[in-house]
Design a protein around this ligand. Structure first.
Ligand code: NAD
Length: 360
C-alpha cells in the first residue's frame, strides 16, 4: 500500500536510538526510548509509536525535557517511595520507578512508587509487563495534558486521557494486561487519523462549539469524549488523584502534553506492584491463571467472531505478525523520520531500515 511503509523493527530501533543519542541522551537510555516506541508500533498502538519521535526530540531541543535524567528520591519509607524525575526522559524515569517497585514488592510483598515531574512515557503496558514477567501483579496510572471536560462540562478541557494498566503473569500464556486510556480512544489515535488524512468516527470527540465532529483537527482543538460516558470521566479523575495530586506533581489543566514543545510537562505517575508469592505459591497462581484463561477462551463465539482474546493477547499477536512480515508505518511517520535523518546526518542508518524480507 502506498500510504504505508514496511520496515525492519530491530533496525528501526537502532535508528531511533541514534536520533536520541544525537540529542545527548546517553546510549543505554536512548536504546530504551527507541525500544518503547518501536514496541508500541509492534503491538499495533501506532498512536504511541515512532509517530512521537519528532515531538519528543523537539522537546529536547527546546529544553522542556532534559536529555540527562536525574531521579531524586523525595521520600522512602520501606514499601513506599516518592521520586522526582526532574523533567527528564519519561521512559527512563518510569522504567527505573517500575524496577524499584518490583524490588520493594520482592522484599515487602508490595511496593508503591509515586513519580512527580516526569514526561510522557508512551504506553503503560511496556512497564507493567516488566512486573508480570518478574512474577508480580501491577497497577499503574499516569495523568497527561488536558483532553476532556469533566462530565457535564463544555468547551474547556481540563482532564487528560489519563491511562491506567493492570497486569498479571498469565501462567503458561503471555501476561494478561489491561492498558487503556479513559477517553473513548487514546488521543494519539486522533493525531494518527490527522496524519493519515482520515476522518474519525462520530462519538470520539466534540469541536470547540460543543458539536460532535469527525474532523480530527477540530477534535484536537475541541474536546475528546470519555469512554462509557460518566464512568470514563470518573476513572480519569481518580487516576489524576493518584498520579498528580498524591505524587506532588502537576494535575488537571496544569499538565502539558508532549506536543507543547516549549512547556515542561509536569506529568505524574503512580505504580503499585504485588509479589504473587506474598499471596500464594507462584506455581499455584500459574495453574489458576491457566484455568482462568482457558475458561475465557473456550466460550461460544458471537456472530462474525473467530476467537476470544484475553486482555493483552491481541498486542502479542500483532507483535509476532509484524516481526515476521515487517512492521507497517504510516507514510507520514516515515516522512518525519526521513526529515530527522536530514537534520541529524543519519541518512545512511535510515537507509538500512526498510524491510528487505530477510528478517531481523
Ligand atoms: N502516556 C500517556 O499519557 C497515554 C495516554 C493515553 C493512552 N496511552 C496509551 O495508548 C495505548 C492505547 O490505549 P487505548 O485506550 O486506545 O487502548 P485499546 O482500546 O486499544 O485497548 C484497551 C485494552 O483492551 C484490550 N483489548 C482490546 N481489544 C480486545 C479484545 N478484542 N479482546 C480482549 N481484550 C482487548 C487491550 O489488550 C488493552 O488492554 C495504551 O498503551 C495507553 O497506555 C498513553
Amino acid at each position: 500500500m502506498s500510504d504505508q511503509v514496511r520496515v525492519d523493527a530491530s533496525r528501526l530501533k537502532q535508528y531511533v536510538a541514534a536520533l536520541y543519542a544525537h540529542h545527548q541522551v546517553p546510549a543505554e537510555e536512548a536504546a530504551l526510548v527507541a525500544d518503547t516506541l518501536v514496541q508500541a508500533d509492534l503491538w499495533g498502538h501506532q498512536s504511541h509509536g515512532v509517530l512521537r519521535t519528532a515531538w519528543y526530540l523537539e522537546r529536547l531541543r527546546q529544553g522542556s525535557m532534559n536529555p540527562i535524567t536525574k531521579i531524586e528520591t523525595v521520600r522512602d519509607r520501606g514499601a513506599v517511595a516518592v521520586l522526582d524525575g526532574g523533567d527528564g526522559v519519561g521512559q527512563v524515569i518510569t522504567r527505573d520507578a517500575m524496577r524499584r517497585a518490583i524490588a520493594m514488592a520482592k522484599q515487602h510483598g508490595t511496593g508503591s512508587v509515586a513519580i512527580r515531574n516526569s514526561n510522557h512515557f508512551g504506553t503503560c503496558m511496556y512497564y507493567t509487563r516488566m512486573a508480570a514477567e518478574a512474577g508480580c501483579l501491577a497497577f499503574m496510572t499516569s495523568n497527561g495534558g488536558p483532553a476532556m471536560a469533566p462530565w457535564g462540562g463544555a468547551r474547556k478541557k481540563i482532564i487528560g486521557t489519563n491511562p491506567w494498566s493492570l497486569a498479571a503473569p498469565g501462567g503458561s500464556h503471555t501476561p494478561v494486561i489491561l492498558d487503556m486510556a479513559n477517553t473513548g480512544v487514546a488521543r494519539g489515535k486522533i493525531y494518527l487519523a490527522r496524519q493519515r488524512g482520515e476522518q474519525i468516527p462520530l462519538g470520539w470527540a466534540m469541536d470547540n462549539e460543543g458539536a460532535m465532529t469527525t474532523d480530527p483537527q477540530k477534535a484536537i482543538d475541541g474536546l475528546i469524549l470519555p469512554m462509557a460516558h460518566h464512568k470514563g470521566y470518573a476513572i480519569a479523575a481518580m487516576v489524576d488523584v493518584f498520579s498528580g495530586v498524591l505524587s506532588g506533581s502537576k494535575f488537571l489543566s496544569a499538565v502539558n502534553g508532549p506536543y507543547h514543545y516549549d512547556k515542561r510537562s509536569g506529568a505524574g505517575h503512580f505504580i503499585t506492584v504485588y509479589d504473587v508469592e506474598a499471596f500464594m505459591p507462584a506455581a499455584e497462581f500459574s495453574s489458576r491463571m491457566d484455568a482462568f484463561i482457558t475458561e475465557i477462551k473456550a466460550q461460544p463465539l458471537a456472530q462474525g467472531v473467530e476467537e476470544i482474546f484475553y486482555p493483552g493477547e491481541m498486542e502479542v499477536r500483532a507483535e509476532a505478525r509484524q516481526n515476521h512480515d515487517g512492521l507497517l508505518l504510516p507514510q507520514a511517520s516515515w516522512d518525519d523520520l526521513a526529515r530527522l535523518a536530514q537534520e541529524t546526518g543519519l541518512q545512511d542508518l535510515l537507509a538500512t531500515v526498510p524491510w528487505g524480507g530477510a528478517g531481523a
